[in-house]
Design a protein around this ligand. Structure first.
Ligand code: PAF
Length: 281
């Protein structure tokens, strides 16, 4: 097993990446905020299958938290993360301090209009600007050829793909399948915050979504079906459903034509934990 090298500065990172590229090695990056779980490891493994060298970035990006308390509460588990990444064959961990990413005087923000505006964008103002800005910087810093993101954050994946196309960023973005617990709950660093009473209820989100998706595929009215799914979630113990919507999979706008690829996306609160999920329809 290789112990990944931990690098804190862009200069040291670039020196290593240039050495790899000089010998023709393909470099993959898995951007993360740490608190790693099997979902992240599956991204690292996918990267390792396709690239000679894999970098995982661990950076809790302050610019994408619209709630300061959420930023403070975000788990920081670098030692455990490094041990897990070693098992996935990751070569290098880039874990910069905030001032390396946003030095004094930093002033640039990336906005991806359209796709970043509905759903998560409406619920978490500024979130996708923070994501797009840091991801652009991580692409520039790592000079990676390929970048691996989970489909769990579907809208984030669409935002990153659109941004890469719009800005001609020379990286190939790969969207990897959501990894789920046995009851269907999508793996997420936030799941650790579900207490013993709440955790057994969390699988209801995926269950409600999959049965609604099946009903819609079989011809049921989408609005009525999604309203029913929302009431099923409340009956299962969720406090609040922020949204459960059927959208065009690429634009995240309401589905406007019958040939469009469709995606169901939902966000709901279980106690004080906000869960999101999405599935194809
Ligand atoms: O999905 C995440 O963990 C973050 O949004 C990302 C892509 C690492 C950017 O901070």
């Amino acid at each position: 097993m290789i112990t990944p090298k931990i690098v804190r500065t862009v200069a040291d990172l670039r020196q290593q990446v240039r050495a790899w590229k000089a010998t023709g090695e393909m470099v993959g990056v898995v951007p993360t905020m740490g608190a790693l779980h099997d979902g992240h490891l599956s991204l690292a493994r996918a990267a390792k299958r396709e690239c000679e060298r894999v970098i995982t970035t661990i950076f809790v990006n302050p610019k994408q938290f619209n709630n300061p308390e959420d930023l403070l509460k975000y788990p920081r588990t670098e030692e455990a993360d490094a041990a897990l990444l070693a098992t996935a064959g990751v070569d290098l961990i880039f874990a910069p301090p905030p001032e390396e990413v946003y030095p004094e005087g930093y002033s640039t923000t990336i906005t991806v209009a359209g796709v970043s505006e509905p759903l998560e964008g409406a619920m978490r103002p500024g979130h996708f600007e923070g994501v797009a800005t840091v991801v652009t910087k991580l692409f520039g810093m790592t000079m990676a050829d390929r970048a691996y993101f989970g489909q769990k954050d579907w809208q984030q994946l669409q935002v990153v793909q659109k941004m890469v196309r719009d800005l001609n960023i020379p990286v190939h973005v790969v969207g990897c399948e959501t990894i789920r617990e046995a009851d269907g709950l999508a793996m997420s660093s936030r799941n650790a915050r579900l207490n013993a009473e709440m955790r057994p209820k969390a699988g209801a989100l995926y269950a409600a979504m999959t049965s609604a998706a099946e009903a819609i595929r079989n011809g049921a009215d989408p609005t009525q079906t999604l309203n029913l799914a929302a009431s099923q979630l409340i009956a299962a113990g969720f406090e609040r459903v922020e949204y459960i919507e059927l959208r065009d999979a690429a634009t995240l706008l309401p589905v406007s034509h019958s040939g469009a690829e469709r995606r169901m996306l939902a966000a709901a609160w279980l106690d004080d934990v906000r869960l999101i999920d999405n599935i194809p329809v």
